[in-house]
Design a protein around this ligand. Structure first.
Ligand code: ATP
Length: 239
């Protein structure tokens, strides 16, 4: 496989604990793939490996066909991968504008058009209104929008987000997912999201991978014929 991000045979250990076992996964441009599973399933570990924040015991990670196992997180950003961690990783004491500028500076070093400041503030209008406010004073939902906007300004081809809905209300979750749908459909981004809840992603994902105890238990293409009851059975491990 050349285009897209892909993970082959990923194994991660924390001491004696096998957090991820023989995991394969791929995301192409223009699709949203969700990794869904309960607490401790290995979801964050998987995406943190992709971003270069956790070192695998074995397996291979590729961005557009380039093996990135030995590359730093910054080098992976240069290869068009953007990562939004579970804690969102914004700079609380900097203003909204300054946080966004950090994304723009990283994006300016790269070719390609991607989303500019006007495009991200039209996706998340609240950021335009709060430009001069310290990021730490924003609500959780606004911080999540800021984190995604900053990631988009780095001009990624692939966006990886760890639990974007964590701690947020239903309305802002919809705002976030509608924005993700738009960047997938209008800008062709490949998006990988981690979620605990199947319901959050079933309206937006093109594919869902169910992860339990470090292993992909099943993979489902989400189309008109999908049976969500079957998906829920897979999630809960009902045979
Ligand atoms: P959650 O939905 O609760 O975030 P998760 O599916 O993202 O869970 P991970 O955070 O990847 O799961 O954790 C997988 C396993 O690895 C868990 O048993 C967790 O306790 C363990 N683990 C994660 N990070 C570390 C670490 N830095 N050191 C030791 N064990 C860890």
């Amino acid at each position: 496989m050349t285009g897209g991000i892909s993970i082959e045979g990923l194994e991660v250990r924390y001491g004696k604990l096998e957090a991820v076992k023989q995991l394969d996964l791929s995301v192409r441009g223009g699709e949203l793939v969700a990794i869904v599973g309960p607490n401790g399933a290995g979801k964050s570990t998987t995406v943190r490996c992709l971003a270069g924040l956790v070192t695998p015991a074995s397996g291979h990670l590729f961005i557009d066909g380039i093996n990135v196992n030995k590359l730093s997180p910054e080098e992976r950003v240069r290869l068009n991968l953007a990562f939004v961690p579970e804690d969102r990783g914004i700079f609380r004491r900097l203003t909204v504008q300054e946080n966004l500028k950090l994304g723009r500076v990283a994006g300016a070093k790269k070719s390609g058009s991607g989303l500019d400041l006007t495009a991200v503030t039209s996706l998340f209008p609240i950021l335009g209104e709060r430009q001069t406010q310290a990021a730490g004073l924003l609500s959780g939902g606004e911080q999540q929008q800021l984190a995604i906007a900053r990631a988009l300004l780095t001009k990624p081809s692939y966006l990886v987000i760890d639990e974007p809905s964590l701690g947020l209300g239903p309305q802002v979750i919809t705002t976030v997912y509608e924005a993700l749908r738009k960047v997938r459909d209008d800008y062709g981004l490949g998006i990988l999201v981690v979620e605990q809840s199947l319901r959050r992603v079933q309206k937006y994902a093109n594919r869902v991978l169910i992860l339990r105890e470090g292993m992909v238990r099943s993979e489902h293409a989400v189309d008109a014929s999908i049976d969500f009851a079957e998906l829920e059975k897979a999630y809960f491990g009902v045979e």
